[in-house]
Design a protein around this ligand. Structure first.
Ligand code: BTN
Length: 325
């Protein structure tokens, strides 16, 4: 079975929406027999597609399964760079590990790794990342920007803006960004971003941007230790959210904003980031490994460093910390 043809057939049926297309017409368009078309239809049904076969009219897609398989994601994907190559596995320890491996083997800019569940998902500061099966988006994106390694943290901020725009587009929720990489809904975390780097003397070889997006979890789906601080789009909106639409939208905004970054620099994106930030202008406590500072978060620098003014009037640059508000 040629999976590329199955893929094209799914795309054709989805694009014709409620209009049925006859087996003969499909056979002519694809240059294969009606029996071959029928076999591809069966293949799609096995993958969870619901396809109606109407006598004398033909085939019509009624429902698409909400998996993260490339077939579903790439049908309807409008990007040119990000997501053209998707590596999908049903389960893995961490998509970051796979993405690092692929990047080392020369995977192109824009390669995406997706999975339904991670057995050893990792978060910032070597923390564990809870990745319930089929309930979230567990994804790593390989980027190969021509920038110096010091600029890598800006990509976390660019990604945060892309995540917020995608959530806004697919749901009616209004997420906020907590510096540096948390996306919050009603003060609880729904998304984390982990940016890792492969670099050498020539600069950045690859950026591996890991995104963990809590989509359809119920409270019980979270580990007890994060149940009070984590949330999902479903918990906040009361509706099941299409993970497929979310990934398509997220890849779209990643492409738009990384392109904007490459062409125009960080300026516009910084303004966008600040408009979504819940940290800027607020009194915060920044816990670092060797000290804790309290003050007002005044802004971020062009390099994504948080500017914290303490009561004695001093301005501190915070590179990495846990922020409490
Ligand atoms: C954080 O907020 O601490 C960052 C969490 C990042 C989680 C994502 S899920 C997909 C990718 N694979 C991982 O193991 N981690 C990132």
């Amino acid at each position: 079975m040629n999976i590329a043809v199955t893929h094209k057939l799914a795309k054709r049926l989805i694009e014709s929406q409620s209009q049925a297309i006859s087996g003969q017409q499909l056979a002519d368009e694809f240059g294969i027999s009606r029996t071959a078309i029928w076999k591809h239809i069966k293949e799609l049904e096995e993958k969870g597609y619901t396809i109606e076969s109407i006598k004398k009219k033909g085939y019509r897609i009624v429902a698409i399964p909400d998996t993260l398989e490339p077939l579903g994601i790439q049908t309807g994907l409008t990007t040119k760079r990000i997501g053209q190559k998707i590596e999908y596995v049903e389960s893995c320890p961490s998509t970051q590990i796979i993405a690092h491996q692929l990047a080392q083997e020369g995977a192109p800019d824009g390669t995406v790794v997706l999975t339904e569940t991670q057995t050893a998902g990792r978060g910032r500061l070597a923390r564990k990342w809870d990745s319930a099966a089929q309930k979230g988006v567990w994804m790593s994106i390989i980027l190969r920007p021509d920038v110096v390694p010091q600029k890598a943290p800006q990509f976390t901020l660019v990604t945060a803006v892309a995540v917020v725009r995608a959530i806004e587009e697919v749901t009616r929720l209004q997420p906020k960004i907590k510096w540096p990489n948390d996306i919050l809904l009603n003060g609880k975390k729904c998304t984390g971003i982990l940016t890792e780097l492969q670099s050498d003397a020539d600069g950045i070889q690859a950026l591996i941007i890991g995104i963990g997006l809590n989509v359809n979890q119920e409270k019980k789906d979270f580990d007890p230790e994060v149940q009070e601080i984590a949330t999902s789009l479903k918990l906040e909106s009361g509706e099941t959210v299409s993970r497929q639409k979310l990934v398509q939208s997220l890849l779209y905004y990643m492409e738009i904003y990384t392109q904007l970054y490459i062409e125009e620099g960080f300026g516009m994106l910084k303004i966008l980031w600040e408009s979504y930030s819940t940290t800027i202008g607020q009194p915060v406590r920044a816990r670092m490994t060797n000290q804790t500072l309290e003050g007002i978060a005044e802004g971020i620098t062009d390099d994504g460093v948080l500017q914290l003014r303490t009561a004695d009037g001093k301005l501190h640059g915070i590179y990495s910390a846990d922020i409490e508000m």
